[in-house]
Design a protein around this ligand. Structure first.
Ligand code: NAD
Length: 463
């Protein structure tokens, strides 16, 4: 019987290993983290992350074969398979700052494994990492461990999407397991494949070369983000020509070579992964002396920044070129629906523009707390504490948020925003009352009948 340890109890480590524990009740799974508060939350009734279905999975397995702990060394020693699922943010300072992945957390976790392991281990890269990171991990492990202990390194990138993580983990499109082409590497691949095979059909468990597996994760995120930037680039053309981006996306998506998914225009993509992973690919391309390739992928991020600016600018323009002292109700602060995750949310850049123009911003999001909003907004390049205190307010009630506002600005596609009583909202707002739909979720004709001035990304202006 294998034992599993996961280093990193975040958005990936927590749900991924909770589902492994659910599907493999005979395998003990311990998820460890340096962050005591996070572990305490995993051991409480209020989990540290909101994800549909997660609470049920954790409740069923916790204490049975799923454990959360800060006793990292003990968990490493006891495990046969160790997932490394720590954060790999974009580097803030030094060489490659703004592009390269900060691998300090991966290295620290790897060194810990080397320092405390007393038996051979399979070490699994779960974090998204630059291509050939496994080579660095192998060298660190081999240089720091005792004799006779072997480490096999596998790449097993995670493809879950926040908001649908549990469903994605239960029925993944594919599981990639990359290894070195050695007999030991192949054997380790089989051990991990047998874990997934408890619930994933064998044909969907793909074994491949280590570097292909590492690069596949960056490539998949780059291609997904590229589709969003492509449709967003088209949305600007739609607005200028009278074409409708939903109709264009529908028409293109019917082509079986293109397909309909991920062709929804919006204020722009967010989240902790897309931008970081593309920038990582840009950095990799530059390091490999492939400037044209770097430039190609960089455009995906640049277009996304442009889309956020373009949306904010359209709000200012339509509100008679000034939003100074106006109240703007921003609905949605999470980077997408069904998550409380706000990392790199498009709302942050949009709100930063509003604050810069001295507007008062009333934020409502069903899953994001005032403390979380403050943490994201009081940052260099966004706003100061003084600006935040004077101009930002968080409301649990959307109707309170919109009271006396000049506009409602939709930044996240929460379904409940489409169910609100817009007549009631309209009645309490300044006139003319505007709605800016950055997610294409509202019924614009109906809102116009109520009296709203409505602007929707990629849609023709009102007749
Ligand atoms: P996260 O920040 O939510 O979690 C990472 C956790 O690792 C943190 O709780 C941190 O305290 C812990 N940690 C860091 N160093 C540690 C150490 N040395 N020992 C113990 N714990 C340590 O990050 P996340 O969103 O779970 O992402 C993890 C990785 O998975 C990243 O590489 C990310 O790119 C990748 N990924 C994320 C998603 C996603 O949707 N969030 C999807 C696929 C892949």
């Amino acid at each position: 019987m294998v034992k599993i340890c996961c280093i990193g109890a975040g958005y990936v480590g927590g749900p991924t290993c909770a589902v492994i524990a659910l599907k493999c009740p005979h395998i003990p799974v311990t998820i460890v983290d340096l962050n005591q508060d996070r572990i305490d939350a995993w051991n409480s009734d209020t989990l540290p992350i909101f994800e549909p279905g997660l609470q049920e999975v954790v409740t069923q397995c916790r204490g049975r074969n799923l454990f959360f702990s800060t006793a990292i060394d003990d968990a490493i020693r006891a495990a046969d398979i160790i997932f490394v699922s720590v954060n790999t943010p974009t580097k803030k300072n030094g060489l490659g700052a703004g592009f390269a992945a900060d691998l300090a957390y991966v290295e620290a976790a790897t060194r810990r494994i080397a320092a405390v392991a007393q038996s051979s281990k399979i070490v699994v890269e779960k974090s998204t990492v630059p291509c050939r990171t496994a080579e660095s991990m192998r060298r660190i492990l081999e240089a720091n461990s005792r004799d006779a202990i072997r480490f096999e390194i596998l790449s097993n990138p995670e493809f879950l999407a926040e908001g649908t993580a549990i469903a994605d983990l239960m029925q993944p499109d594919r599981i990639l397991i990359g290894s070195l082409p050695t007999p030991e590497g192949r054997k380790a691949q089989h051990v991990l494949a047998d874990v997934y095979a408890e619930w994933v059909p064998r044909p969907q468990i793909i074994t491949m070369n280590l570097w292909s597996s590492e690069l596949s994760k960056l490539a998949a995120n780059a291609l997904l983000a590229q589709r969003i930037s492509s449709i967003n680039a088209l949305s600007a053309i739609c607005e200028a020509t009278g074409a409708d981006v939903d109709e264009v996306a529908y028409a293109c998506g019917l082509d079986s070579r293109i397909g309909p998914k991920f062709l929804k225009a919006s204020v722009g993509f967010g989240g902790s992964c897309f931008q970081k992973d593309i920038l990582n690919l840009v950095y990799l391309s530059e390091s490999l002396h492939l400037p044209e390739v770097a430039q190609y992928w960089k455009q995906v991020v640049d277009l996304n920044e442009y889309q956020k600016r373009r949306f904010a600018q359209s709000v200012v323009s339509r509100l008679f070129n000034t939003i100074t002292n106006k109240r703007l109700a921003v609905f949605g602060f999470a980077f997408k629906k069904n998550t409380g995750d706000t990392r790199e949310s498009a709302a942050i850049a949009v709100i930063a523009s509003f604050l810069n123009e001295r507007a008062h911003v009333h934020i409502h999001d069903p899953e994001v707390s005032a403390a979380q909003i403050e943490l994201e907004l009081v940052q260099p390049g966004v706003c100061t504490q003084a600006v935040y205190d004077a101009q930002v307010h968080r409301f649990a009630d959307p109707y309170e948020a919109a009271k006396d506002a000049d506009a409602i600005v939709i930044c996240t596609e929460w379904e409940q925003f489409a169910q609100l009583d817009y007549q009631r909202l309209y009645d309490s707002m300044h006139k003319p009352a505007f709605v800016f739909d950055g997610r294409l979720i509202l019924d614009a004709p109906k809102l116009r009948q109520i009296g709203f001035q409505v602007e929707v990304i990629g849609k023709p202006a009102a007749p």
